[in-house]
Design a protein. Structure first.
Length: 260
């Protein structure tokens, strides 16, 4: 990671003056006191991380165990020749520190699963402590693994954490069809449909299909363009086909929801 830079107050304010003008000083202060957990720093998560950093979010935890390779170039922000073989979270951390040297960063070199979610993501008690000190917490789910998404959904629901979930970005070409809705109301997204089905059938959550899940999802209503040689329905776009015009917009819409 690049050495920490030191900014004067005036230099710091200049970097985020546009954000403060748009949202106001009070709201920007809330961004500075926000701790965002980004789970998965790939085709969607890398762009979400960038958006959070450029908005002045004061603290981030990045969770991913993957490294950058040539096949990531078409959709992942830090995927450049000089970064091949480097940890995704390390590459993004270096970039974020150049954007905002004051940010607090935590890097977790691991893949989230049902076995470690309680260790990697805060619980209700910690969130309560953060709120008492004026801080807020949000979790951005940018992973493509259904079991990891399910683990996040259950953990955040039980602990009353704000969770924003990304749907499948592979096989989509039209960013104008990306929208935000409760998990109950998403469609044309096989990945989110699987999560919804498991929550209902295996855990009895919203089994009557009347109530909302309380999980805001960013998804595309465009029918996926399926390559028969690939497995459909995930964020993983290596074989499924992907467009950075879609993956980046999903990431930025996650940021917009996280800041509300």
């Amino acid at each position: 990671m690049t050495p920490d830079m030191t900014l004067t107050d005036a230099q710091y304010q200049r970097r985020f003056a546009g954000t403060q003008k748009l949202y106001g000083a009070a709201q920007f202060s809330k961004f500075e006191n926000l701790h965002a957990y980004v789970v998965g720093v790939g085709g969607v998560g890398s762009w979400a991380t960038e958006g959070l950093a450029r908005t002045g979010v004061g603290e981030m935890t990045l969770i991913d165990m993957d490294v950058l390779v040539a096949s990531n170039v078409n959709r992942q922000l830090p995927a450049t020749d000089s970064n091949f073989g480097k940890s995704k979270i390390e590459a993004m951390a270096e970039r974020i520190k150049e954007i905002n040297p004051h940010i607090k960063l935590h890097l977790i070199d691991d893949f989230l699963s049902k076995d470690n979610v309680q260790l990697l993501i805060p619980n209700r008690a910690l969130q309560s402590q953060l709120k008492q000190s004026g801080k807020q917490l949000v979790v951005l789910d940018c992973v493509d693994d259904m079991n990891a998404k399910l683990a996040l959904a259950l953990h955040c629901r039980f602990n009353k954490l704000k969770l924003i979930m990304a749907g499948g970005a592979g096989g989509k070409t039209d960013p104008t069809q990306i929208q935000v809705a409760d998990l109950k109301d998403t469609y044309q997204d096989p990945l989110l449909a699987k999560v919804r089905q498991r929550l209902r059938q295996d855990y009895g959550i919203n089994r009557a299909m009347k109530e909302k899940f309380g999980i805001r999802c960013v998804f595309s209503s465009q029918p996926p363009i399926v390559d028969k040689s690939c497995q459909a329905g995930g964020l993983h776009c290596g074989g499924y086909g992907s467009a950075v015009a879609v993956t980046s917009v999903v990431g930025m819409m996650l940021v917009a929801e996280a800041l509300k």
